[in-house]
Write a protein that binds this ligand. Structure first.
Ligand code: ATP
Length: 446
């Protein structure tokens, strides 16, 4: 019963994402392609806001983190050193009857469509990296991989960044970018995709300070999720037990979110020791050591790695924002209650009517006043009520309507005033045009 409710809720989310241009199936006109998703106009803005919030908070506002922007395809030795070529795999099984294919640790609860239980093959390991060839000749010498994570690009550039950035340990290198994993069973909408985006930080530290820095980053990252509007009660952490940790890691905590389909990972925060840098030193023959010119110590830094998925965060934000409100008997308003900071559009500007040139002209002036300060949308189609509902479904926190009062037709006291409508309360206030920018800026910060 509960499962049915969750499926119905996810169906509503998927339908809204399509209807309001958050997320479309990739190549939908050709029947789609499993595990790939496109972001529409609203989704592209949402995603950009998530990236910007992370980049601002993790890189720009700190003095101890710098950013890079590396390539998707690297020298294949990067992935030999990191261990991905030999061990980045999942166990896979097939059903001999229906030919279905699953991860051996994520078997379906359903019966075989051919009747009775599924008849599984032995599990075999399947490497999740996508392969390609660099250059015109498709042989093993030219084999390359699409990066399955952004992190290794950071490790491979550690010495270059260190030499140019004037940073000293402890400091971090951050990166946002695409990653690719040939997941056996993409599922739960965008949650498990084959192409996705990561926001990763490698925070390099002095050996021995791992536990302290790991704790600090877990706290920092958990709080960050609240600042982008995810409700505290839906966030939790999962602490890995000793036996669950990779052999080189001393601690790992996942930040979890209560999705409609279960409590699942948004971000992993691992204390990885010096495994990655040591591996690259071994495979490249280049030193990855750091020399502390104050203490005169030389060592390979340890690292704490907070690694988050942009698409999972967007999905969490969409699920958390989705609200249905019965505002009159039988009249249900769907409203996406995003935090203004990450809402795709901050303000929508409406001339009351589209065929009255003085209204349009005034509304254009208001649009041009707001547009340099906020992501602003123009809408002059349909009646005002419908326009409000459209913006509610897109999660726009404020709508500004320019009407005949704005033109001073009801008297000079209302001249150059507009209505400012609040998405959550639906309350409309009469505001002077000149007060709009400071007022909206204040509410946006608020
Ligand atoms: P999972 O156990 O769910 O497969 P993971 O532990 O393998 O995830 P990491 O390798 O720690 O994931 O990657 C860091 C982050 O990248 C994850 O927390 C998630 O947000 C994101 N991520 C990983 N795989 C995918 C995917 N297939 N689709 C979307 N996001 C992903």
């Amino acid at each position: 019963m509960a499962e049915k409710k969750e499926t119905a809720f996810m169906e509503k989310i998927v339908a809204l994402c399509k209807r309001r241009g958050f997320i479309f199936q990739s190549s939908e006109i050709y029947g789609g392609i499993n595990g790939f998703w496109d972001y529409g106009p609203a989704g592209a803005e949402l995603k950009r806001n998530v990236r910007d919030a992370w980049w601002n908070d993790v890189v720009r506002r700190r003095t101890d983190v710098v950013g890079i922007d590396g390539t998707i395809i690297t020298h294949p030795r990067v992935w030999e050193a990191s261990g991905h070529v030999t061990s980045f795999s999942d166990p896979m099984v097939d059903c001999k009857k229906c030919k279905g294919r699953w991860r051996a640790d994520q078997l379906p609860e359903t019966k075989c469509p051919e009747g009775g239980p599924h008849d599984y093959t032995e599990a075999r390991q399947f490497n999740l990296m996508f392969e390609s060839h660099a250059g015109p000749i498709k042989d093993d010498d030219n084999k390359v991989y699409l990066r399955p994570e952004t992190a290794q690009v950071i490790f491979a550039q550690f010495q270059n960044v260190l030499s140019v950035s004037r940073q000293k340990i402890p400091f971090g290198i951050a990166q946002i970018g695409k990653a690719f994993r040939n997941e056996i069973n993409p599922r739960n909408f965008t949650f498990r995709s084959r192409e996705f985006e990561q926001m990763e930080l490698e925070f390099f530290i002095k050996p021995g300070t791992d536990a302290d820095w790991h704790k600090r980053w877990v706290e920092e990252r958990l709080t960050w999720y609240e600042t982008i509007g995810l409700p505290k009660e839906k966030l939790s952490i999962y602490e890995y037990k000793k036996e669950e940790l990779a052999h080189y890691a001393s601690a790992c905590v996942d930040v979890m979110f209560a999705f409609p389909f279960g409590v699942q990972e948004l971000e992993g925060i691992a204390a990885r020791g010096n495994f990655d840098l040591s591996q690259h030193e071994k495979f490249s023959g280049k030193s990855m050591a750091y020399f502390d010119d104050e203490t005169k110590e030389k060592y390979i830094p340890h690292v704490v790695e907070p690694s988050a998925g942009v698409d999972r965060i967007c999905l969490a934000l969409i699920c958390a924002a989705y609200t249905e409100e019965e505002i009159a008997p039988g009249d249900v308003r769907i409203v996406m209650k995003f935090a203004p900071r990450i809402a795709p559009v901050k303000v929508a500007v409406f001339p009351l009517l589209r065929n009255k040139p003085p209204l349009i002209e005034k509304a254009r002036q208001v649009f041009e006043l707001l547009q340099p300060h906020f992501t602003t949308e123009w809408d002059d189609r349909g009646n005002i009520g419908k326009r409000y509902r459209y913006q509610d479904e897109q999660g726009t926190p404020w709508c500004v309507t320019i009407d005949f009062d704005t033109l001073g037709e009801k008297g000079p006291e209302l001249l150059d005033t507009v209505t400012l409508r609040d998405r959550n309360t639906m309350k409309q206030d009469r505001i002077k045009i000149a007060d709009l920018v400071p007022l909206i800026s204040q509410r946006l910060r608020g």
